[in-house]
Design a protein around this ligand. Structure first.
Ligand SMILES: [Zn+2]
Length: 247
C-alpha cells in the first residue's frame, strides 16, 4: 500500500554502505520509520529530502514493520540551522525530544506544528534561541500530558504576587506567603511567570509572542529545562552537546 503524507525527518541512521533508516514525524501517522535505499549515492534524488531536520512531502510503501520511500520532495530545508552549530544542536534536541516523548497513539499534528514553528523561528533568527527552546519545552510537555498548573498558587489560589515559586516536581506554583521552603522550588519573577503562562496556555500562533530581558530569559530557560528533565527519563544527547557549547 502507498501512503501520501507530509513529515519532518527527525533522525537518519546509516544501514550498510548505501542505505539508511529515517524516523519521520508525520501529520496523521505519528512517528514512523522508513528505509531509504541507495541514499548514500551522490546521484540519489532523495539526498536533501530525507536528511534530518527537513520537512518533506512523502510517498511511502507500507511494509510489515516499516516503510520504504517511493518518492520524496523537500518542502523546507531550514537552511539557517545548517551553518550554525548552536542552532543545529538545538534543532537536533527538539527532534530527540519528539522521538523520546511523543506517546505512540498520540495525535501528531500539534506536535509537528510546534516543532516546525520552532525550527522556522530558529532558522530565521526570529526570536532569541533561549526563548525558542524554553517555549518549545513548556508547550511540548503540555501537549505530552504534563501541562503545569500555572493558574494560581496551589494553596491560596492567588493569581500573582511580586514573587511566586514554581515546584518542578509537582508542576505547580506557590506564592511567597504560602511557601515554607520545604520543597525544591524555582523563584519566578512576574515577567517569567507571564511568559510561562503564554507558552502553556496561548493560542498556538501566539506562544512565542513575548519579550524578556536577557537575565529573565535565562531564568525561564533554566526552569523549563528542569521541568523537561523532570519528565524525560532518557539520556538527551543533543541537549548535552548543546550545553557543552557553553552558550
Ligand atoms: Zn498562596
Amino acid at each position: 500500500m502507498i501512503i501520501q503524507t507530509e513529515g519532518l525527518i527527525l533522525t537518519e541512521q546509516p544501514i550498510k554502505e548505501k542505505d539508511k533508516l529515517i524516523t519521520i514525524l508525520t501529520r496523521k501517522e505519528g512517528l514512523i520509520r522508513c528505509f531509504v535505499k541507495g541514499s548514500k549515492n551522490l546521484s540519489s534524488k532523495y539526498c536533501a529530502s530525507t536528511q534530518a531536520m527537513t520537512f518533506s512531502r512523502l510517498s511511502l510503501y507500507s511494509g510489515k514493520s516499516s516503510y520504504n520511500i517511493n518518492d520524496a520532495e523537500a518542502i523546507e530545508l531550514f537552511i539557517g540551522l545548517r551553518n550554525d552549530l548552536e542552532k543545529f544542536s538545538l534543532g537536533q534536541y527538539f527532534c530527540e525530544v519528539a522521538i523520546n516523548m511523543i506517546p505512540d497513539s498520540a495525535e501528531s499534528d500539534e506536535f509537528l506544528s510546534l516543532i516546525l514553528n520552532s525550527l522556522y523561528l530558529l532558522s530565521n533568527d526570529k526570536k532569541p534561541n533561549l526563548q525558542i527552546k524554553a517555549v518549545f519545552e513548556l508547550r511540548f510537555l503540555s501537549l505530552a500530558g504534563y501541562m503545569p498548573d500555572l493558574v494560581g498558587c496551589k494553596c491560596c489560589g492567588q493569581y500573582s504576587s511580586d514573587i511566586m515559586y514554581f515546584i518542578p516536581d509537582e508542576g505547580k506554583i506557590i506564592c511567597s506567603d504560602c511557601f515554607d521552603g520545604t520543597k525544591k522550588a524555582e523563584m519566578l519573577s512576574p515577567g517569567v511567570l507571564t511568559a510561562m503562562r503564554t507558552a502553556v496556555f496561548a493560542d498556538p500562533k501566539k506562544i512565542f509572542a513575548f519579550s524578556l530581558s536577557e537575565s529573565s530569559l535565562r531564568d525561564l530557560a533554566d526552569i523549563s529545562e528542569k521541568y523537561m528533565l523532570r519528565h524525560c527519563d532518557r539520556e538527551l544527547r543533543a541537549l548535552a552537546f548543546y550545553k557543552s557549547l557553553a552558550i
